[in-house]
Ligand binder design. Structure first.
Ligand code: MTE
Ligand code: CO
Length: 423
C-alpha cells in the first residue's frame, strides 16, 4: 500500500472511531461511518518523542505547513499584468464567517501603494465650512466603532454571466471577504469639517497611482460609512489599503477606496470612469443600469465544490456555504440536492449581522448517487436570490457586474464536483 492510500485509510478509520466514541450522531450516521474503509490505529508518532520549537520560533505566527494549499489564487487569463488585477479568497478552505487577513482577495488598479503612516494625510475639502487635513494620530483621537462587513467586488461571478465557466468557488465567488473593521464613523469627520447645505455628494480618493475615485451620496456617508484603520484587530494590510480605507457597508467593493487620502464634498456626482464606463450594466435594450451600489442577496455552497470534492462515496455528509446581502441579514438559506426539485432549509450557524457574511450547513445521508447542489439565500427584506435564468431574462448577458444568480455544482459518484448550469 502506498503512503498516500495508507494515510487515507487511517484518516477514515479515525473518523469511524471518533464517530462511534462520540455517539452524537443518529443511527444513520453510525451505520454509514461503520461502512468506511480501514480501521482505527493509534500509534506513538515521532512528534510525541521530541521537544518542539520554543515560543520565539514565530514572533508573528503563520499557519501550519500542512495548510499550504490555503492561499489566494488568480485566474491566469484575467491577469495580464498583476499591478492591475485580482486574486481570489479561498472560500472553500474557510469556515465560520471571518476571512483571515492574509487570505482576503485583492483587487488593485495600480498595485499596492506603500505608505508611511507618519507621512499619510486625510484631507476633507470642497463644500465644507472648514477644510481639514488629518494625520493618523489626529484620526485616532475620534471615537471609533467595530463592525463586521462583507466586501464583494461587483465583478464577483462576472465570468459566469453567459454560462458555467470556472471550476471552483474560489474563482466563481471568491471576490469577497468578511472582516471586522475598526474605524471612525465618517459622519464624525464630516461634522468636524461642517458640510455646507448644498453638499450632497462625496468623492473619496485613493493615494495609489490609480487615484481611485467614486461618487458616494451624502446619506450613505452619514448613515454607516467608516474610515477604517484596523481589520480583524490589527492594522489594515497593505493590500487592503494601509493605513486607511473607506468602508461602505453592503455596497459594491469598488467604492471602498483604499489608501484613502482625500474626501471632496460636492453638490452632484462626478461621473468618474469607475461609475460610467465601468460598474454599469448594459441591458439588452441598449440602456445601462448605473449607480447600482447595493449588493443583492447571494449565496454559494463552498463544500463540496470543484476544489473541495467529497472524500467519501456515500453516507454522513456535511454541506456548507456562505450567504450575504447588502441590505441586511440572511435569516434563511435553502439547499437542494437535485437541481431545484426539492428544497431543504439549511441550518444557520454563527453571528447573524447586517451586511455581513452568514454561514450555513446542511447535514444529509448521501445515497452515493450524483447530486445537483444549489443554495438560495433569503434576506431580511424578503428578497430571494434568483436563478441565473430569471436574472438573464431581466438583465440580458452583456453584463459583467452584479451576478447574484444561483450557482449549481454537479457531484458525481466519486464525490468530484463540477461547475454546471441547470435550465
Ligand atoms: N481603492 C484604490 N485606491 N485602488 C483600487 O485599485 N480597488 C477597488 C476597491 N478600492 C481599488 C480601491 C475594487 S474594484 C475593489 S473590489 C476593492 O477595493 C477590493 O478591496 P480588497 O483589495 O481589499 O479586496
Ligand atoms: Co472590484
Amino acid at each position: 500500500m502506498g503512503r498516500e492510500s495508507r494515510n487515507t485509510a487511517t484518516r477514515r478509520g479515525f473518523l469511524k472511531s471518533g464517530l462511534a466514541a462520540g455517539g452524537a450522531l443518529g443511527a444513520a450516521g453510525m451505520a454509514n461511518a461503520a461502512g468506511a474503509a480501514g480501521s482505527a490505529e493509534i500509534k506513538v508518532e515521532p512528534w510525541m518523542q521530541e521537544l518542539g520549537p520554543g515560543v520565539d520560533a514565530a514572533p508573528y505566527g503563520t499557519p501550519s505547513p500542512f495548510e499550504s494549499s490555503v492561499r489566494r489564487r488568480n485566474v491566469e487569463w484575467l491577469t495580464a499584468d498583476p499591478v492591475s488585477s485580482v486574486n481570489f479568497t479561498p472560500i472553500h478552505e474557510l469556515d465560520g464567517i471571518i476571512t483571515p487577513n492574509g487570505l482576503c482577495f485583492e483587487r488593485h488598479h495600480a498595485g499596492v501603494a506603500e505608505i508611511d503612516p507618519a507621512a499619510h494625510r486625510l484631507m476633507i475639502n470642497g463644500l465644507v465650512d472648514k477644510p481639514l487635513i488629518f494625520t493618523m494620530d489626529d484620526l485616532k483621537r475620534f471615537p471609533r466603532e467595530n463592525h463586521v462587513y462583507f466586501l464583494e467586488c461587483a465583478a464577483n461571478s462576472g465570468m459566469e454571466w453567459r454560462g458555467a465557466q470556472l471550476n471552483g468557488c474560489q474563482f466563481t465567488h471568491g471576490m469577497i471577504h468578511n472582516v471586522m473593521y475598526t474605524g471612525i464613523p465618517l459622519r464624525l469627520l464630516l461634522e468636524e469639517a461642517g458640510v455646507k447645505p448644498n453638499g450632497k455628494w462625496l468623492l473619496p480618493e485613493g493615494a495609489d497611482a490609480s487615484a481611485m475615485t467614486r461618487s458616494v451620496p451624502m446619506e450613505k456617508a452619514l448613515d454607516d460609512c467608516l474610515v477604517a484603520f484596523k481589520m480583524n484587530g490589527e492594522a489594515l494590510r497593505p493590500e487592503q489599503g494601509y493605513p486607511l480605507r473607506l468602508v461602505v457597508p453592503g455596497w459594491e467593493g469598488n467604492m471602498w477606496v483604499k489608501w484613502l487620502r482625500r474626501i471632496e464634498v460636492g453638490d452632484k456626482p462626478w461621473h468618474q470612469r469607475e461609475e460610467t464606463s465601468k460598474y454599469t450594466d448594459l441591458l439588452d435594450s441598449g440602456t445601462a443600469r448605473r449607480f447600482t451600489w447595493e449588493m443583492d442577496a447571494k449565496s454559494v455552497i463552498t463544500n463540496p465544490s470543484p476544489q473541495a470534492p467529497l472524500n467519501h462515496t456515500k453516507g454522513q455528509t456535511v454541506l456548507t456555504g456562505i450567504a450575504w446581502s447588502g441590505r441586511g441579514t440572511i435569516p434563511r438559506v435553502d439547499v437542494t440536492l437535485d437541481g431545484g426539485k426539492n428544497w431543504h432549509k439549511a441550518r444557520m450557524s454563527g453571528p447573524s449581522l447586517s451586511k455581513s457574511m452568514h454561514r450555513f450547513y446542511f447535514e444529509f445521508d448521501w445515497d452515493g448517487k450524483p447530486l445537483l447542489l444549489q443554495s438560495r439565500a433569503h434576506d431580511s427584506t424578503g428578497y430571494v436570490q434568483p436563478t441565473k435564468k430569471a436574472l438573464r431574462e431581466i438583465r440580458g448577458v452583456n453584463s459583467i457586474y452584479h451576478n447574484n444568480g444561483i450557482q449549481t455544482w454537479h457531484v458525481n459518484e466519486k464525490g468530484e464536483a463540477e461547475n454546471v448550469e441547470v435550465s
